[in-house]
Ligand binder design. Structure first.
Ligand SMILES: Nc1ncnc2c1ncn2[C@@H]1O[C@H](COP(=O)(O)OP(=O)(O)O)[C@@H](O)[C@H]1O
Ligand SMILES: [Mg+2]
Length: 483
C-alpha cells in the first residue's frame, strides 16, 4: 500500500517480507485482523502499538510459532523475485522454491525450524530465552547446529572423522567469536548465560540470532528493561547489523524514542488492525497515531485527549486501574524466564495485556498511556503532592527523558510540578506513579528519579540540554522556571 502521497514507498518496491491479509484468531478473540504490510530490504522496520495490539502474535505467525488463521507471508531471497513465481509456488501448494540464490518462502506453510534454517528468519523473544546453563559460547554454537550437522553427515563417525566437520567447527567458532566481539561479550565467553546481567543477556540473544546468518532479524522489544546507555548501544548494534551485514530488521518496540530514531519505516497496530504505515515523520504526524499513542504537541490537543480520557475513566469502575496488578516486567521476571525452552506458543502471562480493553482504547500505552485513573488519585494522592506549583511556576518536567507533554499534564494533575518532588520519590512512589501512568516499569527504567535529582540540583542532563536547545535556544527561561 502506498503510504504517502500516492507514490510507491521504498519498502513496497521489492520488499524482503510481505505480510498479506494476515488474520489470527484465538477462539473468539481476533488478535490480528486482515493485516498487510511490507518489510523493505535492508530497512529497519518497527511494529508498534499498545500492549495487546497483536505485535507478538504477528511475530509468532512470521516465525512459524503460530499457524495463521488466514493470510500469506512471503519471504524473498534475492532481488526482484518475479510475482509470477510467487503466484505459482502459492498455487502449487509448495512451501518454497529456490534456485540460483533467489528464493520464495511461504512462511505460513512452513514449520518454525524450516523458517529459521531455510527462509533465514531469526528472532528474539519478548521474554529472553537462552540456554541458561550453557556458556555464552555454547549458546552461539548451538545456534549454528545446522551447518555442523550437515558437515558431519548426521553421524557420530562423521562428527569425529570428517575433515569437513573440523572446517565447519572452526567456522562456527569464528562466527561465534565475531559476534561475541560485536556485542561485547567476548570476556564472558565461558560464563553461563544465566549469570549474565540482563542487558548482556539481551545482547547475547541478538548475537545468537545473528549466528544463523538471517536475512530477516525479528526482535521483540529488544530495548525493554535496558537503561538509557544500553538502549543507545542497542541502537548502534542494530545500525551496525543493518549496514555491515545487510540484514533487514523487523522490530517490536515500546520506546518511541528508539523507534523514531532508528526506524526507516513504522507500522502501527491497534487492536490487531493497522492504523498507520509510513516513515517516522509520517507516523509522527498521523492524527490517528497522535490521538492514540504519541502524546500531542499543542495544548489544545492535550486538553482534548485528557478530556476524552476523563470521559472514559468516568465510564469505568474504580479498581480497574491498570498497572494495579500489572506484572513487573523488567529484570525480575525476565531473569527467571531464562530457559532453554524454544517451543510453547502460549505467551507467558507477563506478555499479556495488563490494561483492560476499555482503558486500552485510549491508553497511549507506548509510553504515554493516557489512561484515566484520575478517580483513584483522589483516594491515594501521590507522595509530596502539591495543590499548585510553587510560586505558580512549575518546572518543565518534559526535560526529563521519558516525560512527554501528556504525562507532564497528568503528573501536574496529580500534584507533581517540580523536579525535587520526583527526585524524592521512593521505590514505592515510583510504583504508584507507574500504576497511575500505566507505565509498567518505565519510570525506573528511564531513571526519572535520578534525572530529576540532577535537574533539581540545577544541573543539566544530556537529554535536558537537547530539549532546551530544541524548545527555546535563546530563551533564558528555557528551563521552564526550574529553580
Ligand atoms: N496463544 C494465545 N491464546 C489466546 N490469546 C492470545 C494468545 N496469544 C496472544 N493472545 C491475545 O492476542 C492479543 C494480542 O496479543 P500480543 O500479540 O501478545 O500483543 P502485543 O505483543 O502487541 O502486546 C491479546 O489480547 C492476547 O491476549
Ligand atoms: Mg508483545
Amino acid at each position: 500500500m502506498p503510504a504517502q502521497g500516492g507514490t510507491l514507498s521504498s519498502w513496497d518496491d521489492d520488499p524482503v517480507l510481505t505480510v498479506e491479509h494476515l488474520t489470527m484468531r484465538f477462539g473468539g478473540l481476533v488478535a490480528v485482523n486482515d493485516l498487510s504490510f511490507n518489510v523493505g530490504r535492508g530497512d529497519i522496520t518497527a511494529l508498534i502499538g499498545p500492549n495487546g495490539a497483536g505485535k507478538t502474535t504477528v511475530f509468532n505467525c512470521v516465525t512459524g510459532f503460530y499457524k495463521p488463521t488466514e493470510g500469506r507471508i512471503v519471504m524473498r531471497h534475492g532481488r526482484n523475485v518475479p510475482e509470477s513465481l510467487i503466484a505459482s509456488v502459492t498455487n502449487s501448494g509448495e512451501q518454497h522454491h529456490h534456485e540460483d540464490g533467489s528464493g520464495v518462502f511461504l512462511l505460513e506453510r512452513m514449520p518454525d525450524f524450516m523458517i529459521s534454517r531455510r527462509a533465514k528468519v531469526a528472532r528474539t523473544f519478548q521474554n529472553i530465552r537462552l540456554f541458561a546453563g550453557m556458556t555464552v559460547l555454547e549458546n552461539l554454537l548451538v545456534a549454528q547446529h545446522n551447518p555442523l550437522m550437515v558437515a558431519s553427515n548426521f553421524t557420530i563417525g562423521g562428527l569425529i572423522g570428517l575433515p569437513g566437520y573440523k572446517k565447519s567447527r572452526a567456522e562456527s567458532i569464528d562466527k561465534a567469536v565475531y559476534w561475541m566481539e560485536q556485542v561485547r561479550l567476548i570476556d564472558r565467553a565461558d560464563d553461563p548465560a544465566g549469570d549474565l546481567p540482563y542487558g548482556a543477556q539481551r545482547r547475547l540473544e541478538i548475537a545468537r540470532a545473528m549466528c544463523t546468518d538471517p536475512h530477516l532479524l525479528c526482535l521483540d522489544e529488544p530495548a525493554a528493561g535496558l537503561n538509557p546507555r544500553e538502549s543507545a548501544e542497542l541502537n548502534e548494534l542494530l545500525q551496525f547489523i543493518r549496514q555491515k551485514h545487510g540484514t533487514s530488521i523487523l522490530l517490536i518496540e515500546h520506546d518511541m524514542g528508539v523507534v523514531m530514531q532508528i526506524s526507516d519505516h513504522i507500522v502501527v497496530l491497534d487492536y490487531g488492525e493497522k492504523i498507520s504505515d509510513g516513515d517516522a515523520e509520517f507516523v509522527r504526524n498521523d492524527p490517528k497515531v497522535i490521538a492514540a499513542y504519541l502524546g500531542v504537541e499543542d495544548e489544545e490537543e492535550v486538553e482534548e485527549v485528557l478530556e476524552e480520557d476523563a470521559a472514559l475513566a468516568a465510564g469505568k469502575s474504580v479498581g480497574e486501574a491498570p498497572g494495579e496488578d500489572s506484572p513487573e516486567r523488567p529484570l525480575g521476571t525476565t531473569q527467571t524466564d531464562v530457559t532453554g525452552d524454544e517451543s510453547g506458543p502460549v505467551p507467558k502471562s507477563a506478555e499479556l495485556d495488563p490494561i483492560p480493553p476499555a482503558a486500552a482504547a485510549s491508553a497511549a500505552a507506548l509510553g504515554e498511556p493516557a489512561d484515566g485513573p484520575a478517580a483513584d488519585a483522589a483516594q491515594t494522592p501521590m507522595a509530596g503532592a502539591l495543590s499548585t506549583a510553587r510560586d505558580g511556576r512549575p518546572d518543565k518536567l518534559t526535560r526529563i527523558s521519558g516525560i512527554g507533554p501528556v504525562n507532564e499534564h497528568k503528573l501536574n494533575a496529580h500534584g507533581i510540578f517540580h523536579f525535587d518532588q520526583i527526585a524524592a520519590w521512593t521505590a514505592e512512589d515510583v510504583k504508584q506513579a507507574e500504576s497511575y501512568l500505566a507505565f509498567d516499569g518505565r519510570i525506573a527504567r528511564e531513571d526519572w528519579v535520578g534525572q530529576a535529582r540532577q535537574l533539581a540540583a540545577g544541573e543539566d542532563t544530556e537529554f535536558s540540554r537537547r530539549e532546551d536547545r530544541k524548545t527555546s535556544p535563546r530563551d533564558p527561561n528555557g528551563k521552564g522556571g526550574a529553580k
